[in-house]
Design a protein around this ligand. Structure first.
Ligand code: NAD
Ligand code: ZN
Length: 357
């Protein structure tokens, strides 16, 4: 038995208003002559948060476009621009949802690793530590703030740069930053966390470590999406900790069916992670009966629209492409269905499932 020895985030600060400590936190990591680069989710262009970024010297804010989920080409272009403009940078600070956090992690790595980020999509392919990197979430749920991966769509696949060099050096968890998130987006990203918990807790890789975090995250998700009738500050506080704990839960286990199927949608149709997981979860009663029942209750209670019929007009070749991407996620299927998963989740069965979405 080989136990996973996983690298975690080095420093964590949590609290309402903790963003104000950023200047002080990053000060010791500044190298003279090299700027800090702040990747700000483009949502914040012209918003008050942009003027609170602690710029000094040659520091720069880059508003990152997250209309589409991060691509290896986007990461390579951002890293090339920074190298051309500054040679080196002291660090990269990502402020935004999961997409911005992933861009920050990937570009920080590509400041020190040769070639294209596509060369490092996989497990433990990254050879060099990147530059100093900080993650500051403005949406709660993905767990990208704690994970050892950065999910990228590349020329041939959608796969993370999974490595011990990938986790942030520092995260700043300030729930106040999530307060303006629209209800639908907050729900989709929040459900990413809920689904992480269900997939982890119902999976065959479960152990007491994952269970402890997964149960806590699930409890917090229920507080905000089941028990509360109106969204308030406490909900933002709780969902931010749910995201963290949900991420810690899957760090020592794995996600499952919803993610494996949703990756196919995202690869072919560009469906975003949170909403894609929700579209799939709606149809997974066979695998996660209690979780899907509660999920549907939360959708109704929170008045959320989950798209249906998104695969209605696809060709067989397109279904095949999604099936290939999905079945390639072997650890997810093994966690969900056990070592004999290939005899359970056949191509025909998966074709039928995609047909329902
Ligand atoms: P997102 O980062 O894609 O952002 C969704 C939308 O919300 C964007 O339009 C963004 O501009 C906007 N937004 C962000 N913060 C806001 C705020 N405070 N108020 C209003 N709007 C705001 O959404 P997400 O669900 O957080 O992240 C999904 C991404 O995370 C995907 O790219 C997925 O692949 C990735 N992901 C990564 C991991 C990991 O471990 N690295 C895990 C899960 C998901
Ligand atoms: Zn997820």
């Amino acid at each position: 038995m080989q136990f996973r020895n996983f690298k975690m985030v080095d420093y964590v600060v949590y609290g309402r208003g903790s963003f104000n400590q950023l200047d002080e936190i990053i000060a010791p990591r500044r190298k003279s002559d090299f700027p800090m680069i702040f990747f700000l989710d483009h949502f914040f262009e012209g918003k008050p948060l942009a003027s609170r970024v602690p710029l000094r010297g040659k520091d720069k804010i880059v508003f990152v476009d997250v209309t589409y989920e991060p691509k290896t080409t986007q990461v390579d272009a951002l890293a090339a621009e920074l190298k051309a403009a500054f040679g080196e940078v002291s660090g990269i600070i990502g402020i935004g949802g999961g997409s911005t956090l992933d861009l920050a992690k990937a570009v920080a790595l590509m400041m020190k690793n040769p070639g294209s980020s596509a060369d490092y999509q996989g497990w433990d392919l990254v050879q060099q530590a990147g530059v100093y990197k900080v993650g500051i979430p403005t949406l709660s749920g993905t767990g990208a703030e704690v994970s050892r991966t950065t999910v990228l769509t590349g020329p041939t696949r959608k796969l993370g740069m999974n490595s011990d060099f990938t986790p942030f050096d520092q995260i700043v968890l300030d729930p106040e930053l999530t307060k303006d998130a629209p209800a639908n987006q907050r729900f989709y990203t929040g459900m990413d966390c809920y689904i992480h918990c269900i997939e982890s807790l119902e999976g065959t890789f479960l152990n007491e470590f994952s269970k402890s975090y997964g149960e806590k995250a699930l409890e917090l998700c229920r507080k905000v999406f089941v028990e509360k009738n109106t969204w308030d500050e406490e909900c933002d506080d709780q969902l931010m900790m749910a995201s963290y704990a949900g991420g810690m839960s899957i760090a020592y286990s794995q996600v499952g069916v919803a993610h494996a199927v949703s990756y196919g949608l995202s690869y072919l149709l560009g469906t975003k992670h949170g909403i894609g997981n929700c579209i799939v979860m709606n149809h997974l009663a066979e695998y996660y009966p209690a979780g899907v029942k509660e999920f549907k209750h939360m959708v109704a209670k929170n008045n959320i629209d989950i798209p249906v019929g998104i695969c209605a007009n696809l060709s067989e070749a397109q279904f095949d492409a999604m099936i290939n991407v999905s079945l390639g996620m072997k650890p997810l299927w093994e966690n969900a269905l056990g070592p004999n998963w290939e005899s359970i989740m056949t191509r025909e069965k998966l074709r039928a499932l995609y047909g329902k979405l």
